[in-house]
Design a protein around this ligand. Structure first.
Ligand code: WTA
Length: 641
């Protein structure tokens, strides 16, 4: 047996990777104890790992006491106090950017932690954040963690109804928002959306509002307070609350194949170790890197790789308020040159949207500072990979295609930049601690290379989901019961002839639109709220920029849509309903009004057929003999044309 040593915390060669991997799988306790050693612990653990995968029970570093913000901030003050922790780049390039050193960020976090306490937030309380990508969002998230409140960030593109669902599920006592947000040329009054949502959220006692655009907003004198007024009077130090290793750090809502989005719960110690370890190793981060992750903090990528991972590692993290195409399609590249970004992490959908623009937008920037490129959210197609490699990386930056999920807490399968193989359309090898398997439908393991199956994970890892908020059984049913003894990912994958993993896509009723997950049932439920609608079925279809688009087949109530002239009005009204129920991000790309849906005799919709029609593949629809009424298929094919 190799002896654990702190060098395993940082892999520097292919040989080192294999050694670390072997140790992590065969002696996980020794391996992770060595990795966890350098963190600040108020008390060390009694047990490194205690796992019962079949029961969905996983504990890491039990007995340990810590606060994650002491590891993100306090720990760095002596050596990195004057180093930049955050660079904030505004939506409008003419506006001033902002830089915060570790010491300044520490003070802001402490101040706002005091504000939260002054407004009645206690350890264990849930706080929801619905905010633009501004420094106050990063500060507020960390302030929650400082006092042991559980943060739940809601992406600021969700509708009032979607906010209310999440706030009520989490039973949040306080909400943090802003007067408004900038997105390219658009400005959105987010406080107004929150006000509407909170009409049905009795648990919320206080709302903290950041003045960002300087817009007039309605303040409820009993409930609403201004961020700047509250912080002005707050102390700049705040002792960190001592947390147990398994205390929840945050809830993040994500879609699954059934019902409403579920609150994925992450732990404190395991998540911390995983976010830090994966960040440093995948991106091969060095002390002077300027790192930029373009994800919004409303998604898990923003949690683990804009905020926690970089700050735990003592890196400089760039936060961008805007969009890739404002004021023009060169904005990403302009920002990279402006701040000398050396590591850049973005999504395939962003790359594809910029590929469609004239090449001058990228060629007019030097991009000399870049060293490592990353991709996340969906499979990156070969064409986008090559464009990214050639025009952004200039052929000299390794690309890491990182596969992971909200539930996994951090990157699971990916190249380590410049160390393990990076091949187009392959995520690559598993990270140390990750034991992926391919399963047949019956749950048996598929051995060997050049094989395809359901992707599952056989061994507990520190960053994995602990539960779904308020309903542990749902976590068990979703992730651990389908194949007992494994964590089921919901993705299909191929292990190629060299043992590299290629992620094929979801095998359940989840679609991935621009890297955002939606359950088809969730969108159907929204469409069905429309008074014109009797029933609907939603499937994904290949989309050049978004990866997958949303295709909705809708049956209307009799008389709602009498002729073709009625159609645009009905479709617009359906879109309006989806935007109100979920948000603009879930807007259907295509709506087809139909008189029936292809159902089996037992009443189950045959989505396979609907998917084929949406893909324009009507030649071979497979077996349709079990359909109740095969004639509806012909009508649907005709309607699609
Ligand atoms: C997909 C985002 C292929 C996958 C971090 C997964 C990917 C879902 C990749 C999770 C990738 C994410 N290659 N597919 N590199 N990264 N996915 O929870 O289907 O928003 O199950 O987490 O996105 O999406 P989530």
């Amino acid at each position: 047996m190799s002896t654990p040593n702190p060098q395993h915390a940082r892999i520097r060669s292919l040989e080192g990777y294999h050694e670390a991997y072997h140790l992590s799988i065969h002696h996980p306790a020794e391996f992770w104890a060595a990795v966890a050693e350098p963190f600040t612990w108020r008390r060390k653990w009694d047990t490194v790992v205690d796992s019962d995968m079949a029961a969905g029970r996983n504990e890491w570093f039990a007995g340990a006491r810590l606060n994650i913000t002491e590891n993100c901030l306090d720990r760095h003050l002596a050596t990195r106090g004057n180093k930049l922790a955050l660079i904030w780049e505004p939506n409008d390039p003419k506006e001033r950017h902002l830089r915060l050193t570790y010491r300044e960020l520490y003070q802001h976090v402490c101040q706002f932690a005091n504000v939260l306490m002054n407004n009645g937030v206690e350890k264990g309380d849930r706080v929801c954040l619905y905010m633009p990508m501004i420094p106050e969002l990063a500060i507020a998230v960390l302030a929650c963690a400082r006092i042991g409140a559980v943060h739940s960030v809601i992406f600021a593109g969700f509708s009032a109804t979607a906010i209310a669902d999440r706030v009520n599920d989490a039973q949040a006592s306080l909400v943090i928002t802003a007067d408004g947000l900038n997105r390219g040329t658009k400005q959105i009054p987010v406080k107004r959306v929150v006000d509407e949502a909170l009409e049905t959220c009795p648990s919320v006692r206080k709302v903290v509002v950041v003045e960002h655009l300087g817009w007039p907003v309605q303040m409820d004198p009993e409930r609403d307070v201004w961020y700047h007024e509250e912080t002005d009077n707050a102390a700049k130090t705040c002792p960190a609350e001592e947390m147990k290793a398994e205390d929840p750090l945050f809830i993040l809502y994500t879609s699954g194949s059934t019902g409403k989005p579920k609150g994925v719960v992450h732990s404190t110690a395991g998540y911390m170790v995983w976010a830090d370890y994966t960040f440093r190793n995948v991106f091969q981060v060095e002390e002077n890197d300027v790192y930029w992750c373009t994800a919004d903090i409303g998604w898990v990528t923003g949690h683990s790789y804009l905020l926690y991972g970089p700050l735990l590692a003592g890196s400089t993290s760039l936060m961008f308020e805007g969009i890739p195409t404002y004021p023009d399609a060169g904005r990403f590249w302009e920002v990279i040159d402006k701040h000398s970004v050396s590591i850049f992490y973005t999504a395939p959908t962003a790359i594809r949207s910029l590929m469609a623009e004239p090449l001058d937008n990228v060629l007019s920037y030097s991009l000399d500072s870049l060293r490592v490129l990353g991709s996340v959210g969906e499979p990156i197609n070969a064409e986008a990979w090559h464009w990214y490699n050639e025009h952004v990386g200039k052929g000299r930056c390794p690309i890491v295609d990182t596969w992971w999920q909200t539930e996994t807490g951090g990157i699971m399968i990916s190249a380590l930049a410049g160390i393990t193989p990076s091949v187009p359309a392959r995520a690559g090898l598993p990270l140390p601690g990750v034991l992926p398997v391919l399963l047949n439908q019956d749950g048996s393991e598929i051995e060997g290379n050049d094989q395809e199956g359901y992707l599952a994970i056989k061994q507990s890892w520190p960053g994995m989901i602990r539960t779904t908020y308020g309903d542990h059984d749902r976590a068990v049913q979703t992730y651990f019961a389908p194949y007992p003894g494994y964590y089921f990912t919901g993705d299909g994958a191929r292990r190629d002839e060299n043992g590299l993993y290629r992620i094929i896509g979801r095998v359940d009723d989840v679609i991935n639109v621009s890297g955002h997950r939606f359950g088809t049932a969730e969108i159907e439920n929204a469409i069905n709220e429309n008074p014109n609608v009797v029933e609907s079925a939603v499937v994904g279809f290949p989309h050049d920029v978004k990866g997958q688009g949303i295709y909705a087949y809708v049956i209307c109530r009799e008389g709602a849509c009498r002729n073709e002239a009625d159609m645009p009005r009905v479709e617009a009204s359906i879109i309006e309903t989806v935007v109100a129920e979920i948000g603009k991000i879930a807007r259907p790309d295509k709506i087809q009004l139909v008189s029936g849906l292809p159902k089996t005799r037992s009443g189950k919709i045959m989505r396979r057929i609907l998917r084929k029609v949406a893909e324009g593949e009507t030649g071979n629809l497979g077996d349709t003999t079990t359909l109740l009424d095969p004639a509806v298929v012909d009508e649907i094919i005709r309607g699609a044309k």
